[in-house]
Design a protein around this ligand. Sequence first.
Ligand SMILES: *Cc1c(COP(=O)(O)O)cnc(C)c1O
Length: 393
Amino acid sequence: MDNTRKLHPSTIAVRTQTERTNQMEHSTPVFLTSSFAFESAEAMRAAFADETDDNIYSRYSNPTVDEFAHKIALLEKCEAGFATASGMAAIFSSFMALLKTGDHLLCCRSMFGGTNTVVTKFLPRFGIEYTLVGAADIDNWEAHIKPNTKMLFLETPTNPQLEIIDLKKAGAIAQKHGLIFNVDNCFATPFLQTPADFGADLVIHSATKWIDGQGRVLGGAVAGRKELVHDIYLFCRNSGPALSPFNAWVLSKSLETLGVRIQRHSENALTVAKHFENHPRLEWLKYPFLPSHPQYDIAQKQMLAGGGIVCFEIKGGLESGRRFMDNLQILSLTPNLGDSRSIASHPASTTHSKLSEEERQKVGITPGLIRISVGLEHVDDIIYDIEQALEKA
Ligand SMILES: *Cc1c(COP(=O)(O)O)cnc(C)c1O
């Protein structure tokens, strides 16, 4: 093959795999082994001395896990990748490996619940400060940068409010101030958006969501600049959030179909969003590729499609939200997203129920907020189910 010709992402996703063994397997094998054997004491010594890159132990490296991490790095247009047991393990490791006591983290306000807890509850225990900044306020972010600011972390689109952050502006701010630019790209996937194009030094994934795509396994990954990924690897190698080779195999096979799946998820989601945009039972509906979305222009610039998540506010608040959930016949009630099965969730009565009403307002969780992860069922059936449940809400 001509090595100078650049392959398209869908080809990379299908054709990247570990070197074929002498068994001549066609599909990629799974190396389900905790450790690796050596021919001699000398070979083992050399591996431990980092003189060779032989596999030693699956907490450090494993061919199936490395295949998955390598594929993510290629798709994200990054130099290196490392895979972890979950998305949270990837996010936490990127903080622990690269921040220290006395550092300051600039972070977007609307973000995944687990990330919020790590940033606001755990990092301060290690003396790492943070400031939360809003997506719409990006032109003022520089005012929050301090001499000890080390990293800019954000997700876009955000979970669950679907805010879009301007990656070009954020990347320029990070570069100007020498900050590590760390982006959670879970909602878009590398098929809709590659943050490295905008200067991201690190790109993080919860592979549990769209990458698995069928709600089977947990997994996570970090891709980015070689030296930063190496620091994260050293932290993980010693602290232990290793991805199971079996899960890595599931996720690596899943990447082969991610491109076509995310395209269909996005088409279905856009159809659902257009259908319900002006529905009389809704206060509002949000989808990145509807012109009514407050950051529609930015979404158009940095994403190839709007992704699979639609959210809306049901009239009548908390009780209407609960009735809507109870009346769904096809959509699942489960705290996951990015599945072939459509999923509805009601943050105010579930993931964010422990917060006070005031705290929920602050992070944008309104009482009747419903998040729909639009699946791969026929879109007419998805629309039918949402419609009949809205009538009873
Ligand atoms: C789910 C999610 C995570 C956490 O991933 P896990 O695999 O559940 O640990 C992080 N970021 C975003 C945006 C998510 O949706």
